[in-house]
Design a protein around this ligand. Structure first.
Ligand code: SAM
Length: 425
């Protein structure tokens, strides 16, 4: 146990005598404590989690027992705004009657979570180490994700049983841009990148230890061809060697959101089994469909920046290499949104009559990824751009999630697999 043992015997407020609002901050000081407490409160009904054991050391005994008894995470108690309201008054709370459970690894701002919740799933564990992304996650789902997933303490808190492991693990070590940058800086890429490349093996460790029914992964298209296909073979063989089938599909999101985002989606089923990916076809959506009418002036790029873009573009065109910055054609989908977009916006600049072009607003970026309008975005502009660039296209995850639910979890031949599974709910 890594948590500090503090004296939690005295109640820091008059909880018992008057209806005073009780908040996470009254008991949890560190990020680990906030993560434990929020996970416990959202998962009180699940018998197999270790959260309770750790949370017990955080809140005074009397309050702990009272919370346990009232089980505030259940539907009947959601209306009570006195106990930890910030965990429940959020736009995307857990579904009241979940039909399956999942965990959200490398959670970012919860692109998987929002989609899988819509499919009827309940998230029973989340991990994300970026502080700004954690804040956006908390604002929207009322849960503080655990931090670094490579820590044994964090892995140890993952519930023993759950249905789907979701992970859009960091793609920079495998993406074309990430590989070029690493080669230019004489750094290793792929699995040899010691900081980000090995995270897949942390996922494997969790698969071995918990054996979820389904593993649902997302990454860049280049994952398939990286290192002449060797990287992808290692991923496939590692998963198959644990007795899972390995199904994958390369899907472009532009029929569902106005953005060209071609990604590799993997659905792996314990004890074998085929998975049929949904057919995501149709005319690509136009960027114009998500543009704001009157974006703030501050999104217009400066003369200097625009001149620099034009200079570099002319030079790159001459050399026939590198990235070019043109203004976008709003009748077509946008280019792929990337984490670095906040730096200079070169991937998508909106032309403006008689003015320099402008960058997309963070809200427009959220729309490009299919996030609902009610998604709360309170961070700095640069953090929000980075978070949106890192995210998944929500409607694609939702379409695949629906198929996972129908083909494997509840419908058709899925019941057979389901019966063999040691389910969590
Ligand atoms: C490609 S993004 C995934 C975004 C997510 N799928 C979403 O929809 O927002 C990868 C995320 O993994 C996080 N990350 C990287 N290393 C991590 C680690 N060791 N522990 C926890 N999170 C990590 C990054 O901060 C980043 O947000």
């Amino acid at each position: 146990m890594e948590l500090d043992k503090k004296d939690k015997t005295s109640t820091p407020h008059l909880f018992y005598n008057q209806p005073k609002v009780v908040s996470l901050g009254d008991f949890a000081e560190t990020d680990d404590e906030r993560a434990v407490l929020s996970h416990w409160i959202h998962n009180m009904e699940a018998a197999d989690t270790c959260y309770q054991e750790v949370a017990k050391g955080l809140v005074p005994e009397e309050l702990f027992e009272s919370l346990k008894k009232s089980n505030i995470s259940t539907r009947e108690h959601r209306g009570q705004q006195v106990l930890f309201p910030e965990l429940f008054r959020v736009p995307f709370p857990p579904p009241a009657d979940p039909s399956f459970t999942f965990i959200d690894l490398f959670a970012g701002i919860g692109g998987f979570r929002i989609a899988m919740q819509e499919c009827g799933g309940k998230c029973v564990f989340s991990s994300e180490w970026d502080k700004a992304a954690q804040k956006t996650y908390f604002d929207n789902y009322g849960e503080v994700p655990f931090g670094d997933i490579t820590r044994d303490w964090v892995k140890g808190l993952i519930p023993k049983q759950f249905d789907v492991l979701c992970a859009g693990f960091p793609c920079q070590p495998f993406s074309r841009a990430g590989v070029s940058a690493r080669v230019a800086n004489n750094q290793s890429h792929g699995f040899a990148d010691k900081t980000q490349g090995t995270l897949f093996f942390d996922i494997m460790e969790i698969i071995r230890a918990r054996r979820p029914l389904i593993v649902f992964l997302e990454n860049v298209r280049n994952l398939v061809s990286h290192d002449k296909g060797k990287t992808f073979s290692i991923i496939k063989e590692s998963i198959e060697s644990e007795g899972y089938s390995f199904n994958y599909s390369i899907i472009d999101s532009s029929p569902l959101v106005p953005q060209k985002r071609v990604r590799c989606y993997m659905v792996c089923i314990r004890d074998g089994g085929k998975f049929k990916f949904p057919s995501i076809k149709g005319p690509p959506l136009p960027l114009s469909s998500i543009l704001e009418d009157q974006p703030d002036e501050s999104f217009t790029i400066s003369d200097n920046l625009w001149a620099g873009h034009k200079r570099r573009t002319a030079r790159n065109l001459e050399r026939g290499a590198g990235f070019t910055a043109f203004t976008a054609d709003a009748s077509k989908p946008a280019n792929t949104l990337v984490a670095r977009y906040y730096k200079d916006g070169k991937e998508c600049l909106i032309p403006q009559e008689g003015e320099n072009p402008r960058m997309l607003t963070p809200r427009e970026c959220a729309r490009l990824q299919g996030f609902p309008e009610t998604f709360v975005m309170r961070g700095s502009k640069s953090d929000l751009y980075r978070q949106m660039g890192n995210s998944v296209a929500v409607p694609v995850i939702r379409s695949i999630g629906k198929e996972i639910k129908e083909q494997i979890l509840v419908g058709g031949g899925g019941n057979e697999i389901r019966n063999r599974s040691e389910r969590a709910v």
